[in-house]
Design a binder for this molecule. Structure first.
Ligand SMILES: *[C@@H]1O[C@H](CO)[C@@H](O)[C@H](O)[C@H]1NC(C)=O
Length: 283
């Protein structure tokens, strides 16, 4: 009896081992496949920029930096970063167009729209393709509602919501546009931007020191400050051991960071928590 039990045990152990091993191999290959699928390629990114510029040249998108990306090439694609959480994230060199007189690194970003539901506004236009006064009103109301429902910020009192959120003077742009219906193209581009929480969050909070700057946009794509987490997260475990800055300055920075934490907790409809704080996700 004993011998049989022992053999049985061994058999069970072996099969458990084999099952575990097979599961492990399966999980590892799943992870590898997922990582590969989430990785971007430079070729694919160049296609992405080509498509954007095609849209710009045929007047389907507008933005302050379209010309720099598509014509003067002052913004040059360098390499793509991982697609994180369904975003396109491209690192670029920006010569003179992001910070005046300076050549800086910048990040080109947008949501990956495949698989996401997105409705263009499809507003009513005159025969000459420009928006009717009613359409403009509808656009303002819809944008206001969207901004409020996402950020709890009420933009209603701001005289021109387009200028505040579009990084460009709407009225003078439309006046100087050399093709019909430019106002409609601008509104649709802005609508696509506002449908991205990250863009909305950064535009609404753009006066804060800690929010990366938005340099400009092109269609639903925005170009923002390259803000690597730097040495603070890389080596030194605490900002208090950093070399520069006196006590008062450090205390003030600490207070501002606490303000941001509080704001993320109470200023939105739901508390906003970052669950994945690593150097890589903060870059
Ligand atoms: C388009 O037509 C409307 C109505 O006729 C007019 O008010 C508007 O100024 C025109 N826009 C342009 C850009 O010509």
């Amino acid at each position: 009896m004993r011998i049989i039990r022992c053999r049985l045990n061994r058999l069970i152990k072996t099969s458990i081992c084999a099952t575990l091993l097979i599961s492990l191999v399966y999980v590892i290959s799943l992870v590898v496949i997922t990582v590969k699928e989430n990785q971007c390629s430079n070729e694919e990114s160049l296609h992405f920029i080509e498509d954007l510029c095609e849209d710009y040249k045929s007047h389907r998108v507008e933005g302050r930096l379209c010309e720099a990306i598509c014509e003067s090439k002052d913004i040059i694609f360098q390499k793509c970063a991982n697609y994180r959480g369904g975003k396109v994230v491209l690192l670029a060199q920006c010569n003179g167009r992001c910070q005046e007189g300076k050549n800086v690194k910048a990040v080109i970003k947008t949501k990956r729209w495949e698989g996401h539901h997105f409705e263009p506004l499809n507003l009513g236009t005159h025969g000459n393709k420009s928006l009717t006064a009613d359409s403009l009103k509808i656009a303002k109301t819809l944008m206001n509602d969207l901004i409020y429902s996402t950020t709890k910020v009420n933009m209603g009192s701001i005289k021109d919501i387009f200028e505040k959120l579009w990084e460009m003077d709407f009225t003078s742009f439309v006046k100087s546009a050399r093709y019909p219906g430019a106002d409609n193209v601008v509104i649709e581009s802005l609508w696509k931007l506002l449908n991205q929480d990250e863009y909305l969050f950064m535009s609404v909070n753009k006066d804060s020191h800690f929010i990366p700057k938005i340099y400009g946009t092109c269609g639903g794509v925005y170009v923002m400050e390259y803000a690597p987490s730097g040495e603070n997260l890389n080596s030194s475990p605490s900002i208090f051991t950093a070399k520069k800055g006196g006590w008062v300055e450090r205390a003030s920075i600490a207070l501002q960071i606490l303000d941001i934490c509080q704001s993320l907790d109470i200023d939105f409809h739901e508390p906003l928590h970052f669950c994945d704080v690593r150097k890589k996700t903060l870059d």
